[in-house]
Design a protein around this ligand. Structure first.
Ligand code: DGY
Length: 407
């Protein structure tokens, strides 16, 4: 494993573009929001200064509204579509117009537990607080955190979004050329019908000048996301803990977390006996359990029925928590978020298992994820049945998680 540690460090260093880290060369040539928070965690195992810099660079692109965008286009690169001209947000640096799972406070706390940097954490604190406030003001319905685009969820083509995707009108989008399928096998990526809808949502945002209130109230897509809801509950509690370390008053984020927890019944799908994504406009639930629901433990939410379903789902595969239940008709073991297991989600679930004192399950999840990496390399995601490595290679967050677990 020493050799793999060295490879993982080399991946982080070679994906470093000068203060920020790209997720993988070719497929994702810019700074991505939640990828960066994990990159920082990985860097903290061998370069504390560089770890804090990663978070600082990400937050340097924060909008005046508090939103931290999902992509920061620091330098031009035409290997990616849709680029800055398609988003048309008009900021410097150019960014996308949506956000991504708010994991930064969770990772910042873990990094601060490991290395020095209290003053750098102190400077980040109000920025993280402003971002969490933005989620509350711009992405809430029924007290639940919502996403206005599957890319905002970070779990792009997960069946969680199917109920909302069917209602997205694609008649207004012109011709376009995808770039992702030039880097990765198309069978491991979202389909064309998905991309048409992704672009229709981007067009709506651009056409209304990224007016986030209009996007929430009148946009083509709005779904309650169990994963971001659980992540934000945890991130708010971590922010409150950070505040305490800094001698600040963390009662505000602590209260936000409690309020969100009280709203969770709106996401409870009685048919599934599980938390599930739900369309805000129609009330329709996603019809299968996803790995998003497994993040409940990260938020300290315990629920026996839910736990039993997740345990069954885990036992249906060989490696890791699958992104979609193998028993569901929508399960596709290699197609991006419709079945594969993702080290990034496994890492967050493992943090939750650890907090809940579930040591044996945490060890199992880490062991299965590490096994995939040993067999297949530092890939973006894996077939949970046979372990086939999928998506981008030399992937930053996979390397970062390996390092954080090993060191
Ligand atoms: C992509 O382009 O596939 C990304 O997931 C969008 O963030």
């Amino acid at each position: 494993d020493d050799e793999l540690d060295a490879v993982a460090r080399d991946i982080l260093i070679s994906n470093d573009r000068g203060g920020y880290t790209i997720p993988t060369d070719g497929l994702y040539p810019f700074q991505w929001n939640w990828d960066s928070a994990f990159a920082a965690w990985g860097f903290s195992t061998f370069d504390a200064h560089r770890a804090w810099t990663e978070l600082e660079t990400l937050f340097s692109a924060q909008w005046a509204t508090g939103m931290v965008p999902h992509i920061v286009f620091h330098k031009e690169d035409d290997g990616y579509f849709p680029g800055p001209e398609v988003w048309g947000v008009g900021t410097t640096p150019a960014t996308s117009g949506i956000s991504q799972p708010p994991v930064a406070a969770i990772l910042a706390r873990l990094i601060h537990d490991r290395v020095d940097g209290t003053e750098r954490l102190r400077a980040l604190y109000p920025k993280m607080l402003a971002w969490h406030r933005w989620w509350r003001e711009s992405r809430m319905a029924h007290g639940i955190t919502c996403v206005t685009h599957p890319w905002e969820s970070g779990r792009d083509n997960c069946p969680d979004w199917d109920p909302g995707m069917v209602n997205v009108d694609t008649s207004g989008i012109g011709p376009y050329q995808r770039r992702d399928t030039g880097h990765v096998d198309a069978a491991m990526r979202p389909g064309k019908a998905d991309y048409d809808r992704y672009l229709a949502m981007v067009k709506f945002g651009r056409d209304c000048g990224w007016d986030q209130k209009r996007i929430r109230d009148d946009g083509p897509f709005l779904m309650g996301d169990p994963a971001i809801t659980f992540i934000l509950i945890r991130a708010n509690r971590d922010l409150a803990a950070i505040a305490e370390t800094l001698g600040e008053d963390g009662s505000e984020p602590a209260a936000w977390a409690d309020e969100m927890e009280e709203a969770l019944p709106w996401l409870w799908n009685r048919d599934l006996q599980a938390y599930a994504a739900r369309d805000v406009r129609t009330g329709v639930f996603a019809s299968a359990i996803s790995s998003g629901a497994a993040l409940g433990l990260l938020a300290g939410v315990e629920n026996a029925q839910m736990e039993a379903h997740l345990a069954e789902m885990w036992d249906r595969v060989r490696y890791g928590i699958p992104s979609n239940d193998p028993a569901a008709p929508s399960f596709e073991p290699r197609r991006y978020w419709r079945g594969p297991t993702w080290p990034v989600v496994n890492a967050l679930i493992a943090v939750g298992l650890k907090s809940a004192g579930r040591d044996a399950d945490e060890a199992r999840l880490r062991r299965e994820t590490a096994e995939l990496i040993r067999q297949g390399g530092f890939f973006e995601y894996f077939d949970p049945m046979d372990g086939t490595a999928c998506g981008g290679n030399r992937f930053t967050w996979t390397a970062a998680i390996w390092l954080a677990w090993a060191n």
